[in-house]
Unconditional design. Structure first.
Length: 160
């Protein structure tokens, strides 16, 4: 069970990074995938580790079209696939469902925050510079890694 603490910590770092910078470092995603394969191996041997890796590949295939059309960020795609290694194929339907359910409030909060910041700028609040103004007026991006983390945790600690 202590290995789940590792996953929780890595997902918390990914979510914090995504919230702050709208980026999730590749090194972090590699850490999630490698520790997931190791956790699978420790609990079920090589077959379990290979099944976890196959689950990650399945998520890549499932979400590839959303990434290719710009509806999903590359970091979100890689983090979902790396997280799927921890879960294995049998838990992927629940992971996708819980992540989608968590994604809606994350997206709504992001859009509400964007509208509030845009409203402040349009009503005379001086931006901190051109970069801040451009970030607020551009199309908002959703920190989906937060939903991925919540979806993974709900999958692991939810009903079986």
């Amino acid at each position: 069970m202590e290995h789940l603490t590792i996953l929780g910590a890595l997902l918390a770092i990914a979510g914090a990074s995504d919230l702050a910078t709208r980026r999730v470092p590749n090194a972090l995603m590699i850490a999630v995938a490698v520790t997931g394969a190791f956790a699978q191996w420790a609990s079920g041997g090589y077959a379990s580790a290979l099944a976890g890796i196959a689950g990650g590949a399945g998520i890549l295939a499932l979400f590839f079209a959303a990434w290719a059309t710009g509806k999903l960020g590359g970091g979100d795609l890689k983090l979902a696939a790396a997280t799927a290694v921890w879960l294995g194929p049998s838990r992927l339907p629940a992971f996708v469902l819980f992540t989608a359910m968590a994604g809606l409030p994350v997206a709504l909060a992001t859009y509400a925050s964007h509208r509030l910041q845009s409203s402040r700028l349009s009503h005379g609040a001086a931006p901190g510079g051109d970069r801040e103004f451009a970030m607020v007026t551009a199309r908002p991006t959703v920190p989906l890694s937060v939903a991925i983390a919540l979806g993974a945790l709900a999958t692991l600690w939810g009903p079986r």
